[in-house]
Design a protein. Structure first.
Length: 546
C-alpha cells in the first residue's frame, strides 16, 4: 500500500498484517481473478487503524493481551455502493482467520514473521524493524460473518471463498464449504443472519457486520449486534461494521455507532463538501469522485464513474434520498420522510414559559403500546413539552416505563396542573382510548375549551400536517420549539403513507419507532391556528422570558 498525505500512518500498527494480506489474498473474481489483492488507499488506511497498537501495550507470552492491546475496540467503514467493501472484508477475514492478527510484543531487532512457523509453506517472510509491533495468529479463531439476510452475507462470503481457493491460502485452508469454512487448529468461519440467531452468544474472536445501516430494532438486528459484542468482549475479540449510509430516521446500528461518543471506535465515513448539491450533475460527479476515491477506475480502482452516475440518475427518479445515500455516501432521509430532522432542529429556541401565559394544548393518547404526549404552544408560535409534579417531569409517557400501561391517573393529574398553571385557551385531544377523560375535562373546563380532534380523518390530518411543515420551513413564520429530544426523534420517525387526491397520512418508519409526540405537535399547532383564526387569544395575559 502506497502512503499518501491523506492516508499517512504515523502510529504503531501491525504492518505485518497488511503485508501478509497482500502476499496471501488474491482478487476473487473478474478479469484479474487470482492476481494478488493489492490494498488501495482507503482499504490500507482502515486496516492500519484496526491494527493500531497502543504505544504502551504490554506483552506477556504466557498471557498475551488481546483486544486491549489495540487502540480501537472496533471499527466502522461507511462507503458508497460498489466501492469494494465486500472484497475488503473478505481480505480482513483472512487476516483474522490465519494471519498475524494479534499483538505479539515489540521487536528489538532481528525478529521476523515466517509463514513456515504457522503452517504455511509459501515461503513468505516479514522482517521487523526495531521498535515495531509484531503479530501472531489466533490459536483458535471463531469468526461470524453477519448480515440481515443470506443475500447480504454473500457479498462477503462469495468473495472470501475464491480469495482463499485461488491463492496461497488454499494450502492452509484446503477446503471452503458453502455454509462454513473449517480453519486449522479447530477454528471456523460461520455465516450468521437474522434467521440463525441460535449461534449468538458463541465465543467469537472476529465479527464482520455487513450493512449495519439496515440493522434496526424491528428486524431484531440491534440485539444481534449487542449480543455479538458481548461475546467478543469475553474473548478479547473485535468487530468491524461495513455499510452504506443509513436513513437517519431509523436509528440503525450504524447510526448508533456513528453517533456514539465512544473514543475507542474507529470510523471511516468520507464526506464531500456539504455545499455540493447531489441534484446538480457536475456537483454530483464531484461528490462521487470524493467519496469513491481510490476505488474509481480513473485512479486505478475498479469503479467506472459513468456507470455509477447512470445508476444514481435512474434511482433519483424514484427515491432521491436513497440515491444520495447509496452513491453520495450522505446521511439523508429516504423517500416518504414527512419532515427532515435537521429542518426541525433548526427551529429549536428553548425558553421559559411563565405561569399565566396563554397557551393551547394538544394531546395524543394511547394505552399499552404507543406513547401518550401533551404539547403546548403560545400565541407567538413557541411549542414546548410542559412539565408537571414536584419533579418537573415532561408530559410524555412511555408505557414501557410504567409496567406496560400509560398511567392514566398521572396523565389526568398533569392535565389539571396545566390548566391551573397556564391560561389554557383551547385543548385538542385525539379521542381513541381517552374518550371518557376528554369528556370529563370538557365538563370541568368547558366544552369550548376541551375538544375532540380525531387524527384518523385523512383530509383534516393532512391539512394539519401540511400547516406545521409550512411553518417549520417558512423563515418568517415565527414558529420555534423547545428542542424536546423525544419529539425530535418522533418527528424523524414519521413517514408519509400515500392516499387518494394527493393526500397522505402519517405512519411509522417501523413498528418500534414511535411518532406520538410528532402527532401531538401537529394537533397543538392546529389548535393554535384555529384559535388565531377565531381571534380567541386574550390580550391581558402574554408573558414569557427568553
Amino acid at each position: 500500500m502506497a502512503a499518501t498525505d491523506e492516508f499517512r500512518v504515523d502510529f504503531p500498527t501491525l504492518f505485518v498484517a497488511l503485508d501478509w494480506a497482500e502476499a496471501h489474498c488474491v482478487v476473487p473474481d473478474g478479469f484479474r481473478a487470482g492476481r494478488p489483492f493489492e490494498l488501495i488507499g482507503w482499504q490500507g488506511w482502515c486496516l492500519a487503524n484496526f491494527y493500531r497498537v497502543k504505544p504502551d501495550a504490554l506483552w506477556v507470552p504466557s498471557d498475551p493481551v488481546l483486544a486491549p492491546a489495540f487502540f480501537y475496540r472496533r471499527s466502522q467503514v461507511v462507503l458508497p455502493q460498489k466501492a469494494g467493501k465486500g472484497p475488503y472484508t473478505a481480505c480482513h477475514t483472512c487476516i483474522e482467520a490465519v494471519g498475524p492478527a494479534l499483538f505479539a510484543g515489540w521487536a528489538e531487532g532481528g525478529e521476523s514473521y515466517d509463514c513456515r512457523d504457522h503452517g504455511c509453506g509459501c515461503g513468505w517472510v516479514y522482517e521487523y524493524e526495531p521498535g515495531e509491533p509484531m503479530g501472531m495468529p489466533w490459536p483458535t479463531p471463531l469468526i461470524q460473518i453477519t448480515a440481515f439476510s443470506e443475500e447480504q452475507t454473500d457479498n462477503v462470503y462469495d468473495a472470501l471463498r475464491p480469495m482463499i481457493d485461488k491463492g496461497p491460502l488454499s494450502d492452509v485452508i484446503p477446503r471452503t464449504g458453502t455454509e462454513f469454512i473449517r480453519l486449522p487448529n479447530g477454528g471456523r468461519i460461520d455465516v450468521v443472519t437474522s434467521s440463525a440467531q441460535s449461534r449468538l452468544g458463541q465465543r467469537v474472536t472476529f465479527v464482520p457486520q455487513d450493512e449495519t445501516g439496515i440493522w434496526v430494532e424491528s428486524n431484531k438486528m440491534v440485539r444481534v449486534a449487542e449480543t455479538q459484542r458481548r461475546g467478543l468482549a469475553g474473548m478479547g475479540g473485535r468487530a468491524e461494521e461495513t455499510t452504506n449510509t443509513w436513513d437517519p430516521s431509523e436509528q440503525s446500528v450504524a447510526q448508533r455507532t456513528y453517533e456514539s461518543r465512544a473514543k475507542d471506535v474507529f470510523r471511516f465515513v468520507p464526506q464531500a463538501p456539504a455545499q455540493l448539491s447531489f441534484k446538480d450533475k457536475r456537483e454530483r460527479r464531484r461528490i462521487m469522485r470524493h467519496v469513491y476515491g481510490d476505488s474509481l477506475r480513473e485512479r486505478g480502482g475498479h469503479v467506472d464513474l459513468d456507470a455509477i452516475e447512470a445508476e444514481a440518475l435512474e434511482l433519483m427518479e424514484k427515491d432521491p434520498g436513497q440515491a444520495e445515500r447509496f452513491f453520495g455516501n450522505r446521511i439523508v432521509a429516504g423517500l416518504g420522510t414527512w419532515l427532515e430532522r435537521d429542518k426541525w432542529k433548526q427551529r429549536a429556541a428553548p425558553r421559559i414559559v411563565l405561569r399565566g401565559t396563554q397557551v393551547v394544548l394538544g394531546m395524543d393518547g394511547s394505552d399499552v403500546d404507543d406513547w401518550t404526549a401533551i404539547r403546548a404552544e403560545t400565541q407567538d408560535g413557541y411549542q414546548f413539552t410542559p412539565t408537571y409534579g414536584p419533579d418537573k417531569l415532561p408530559t410524555i409517557w412511555n408505557p414501557a416505563d410504567h409496567d406496560g400501561q400509560v398511567p392514566r391517573l398521572e396523565v389526568a393529574a398533569a392535565v389539571d396542573e396545566l390548566f391551573g398553571f397556564f391560561d389554557v385557551i383551547r385543548m385538542y385531544g385525539d379521542p381513541p382510548y381517552w374518550e371518557t377523560e376528554l369528556d370529563a375535562w370538557a365538563a370541568k373546563y368547558g366544552e369550548k375549551r376541551v375538544l375532540r380532534w380525531e387524527t384518523y380523518r385523512p383530509v383534516q390530518m393532512h391539512a394539519a400536517a401540511e400547516r406545521l411543515i409550512t411553518d417549520v420551513n417558512k423563515q418568517d413564520s415565527g414558529f420555534s420549539h423547545d428542542a424536546c429530544s423525544v419529539t425530535e426523534t418522533h418527528v424523524g420517525n414519521a413517514r408519509k403513507a400515500a392516499r387518494l387526491h394527493n393526500r397522505y397520512v402519517l405512519t411509522k418508519a417501523s413498528p418500534t419507532q414511535k411518532i406520538d409526540s410528532c402527532v401531538t405537535s401537529i394537533i397543538v399547532h392546529e389548535a393554535a391556528g384555529d384559535v388565531t383564526a377565531a381571534k380567541l387569544w386574550k390580550k391581558r395575559y402574554y408573558a414569557y422570558t427568553a
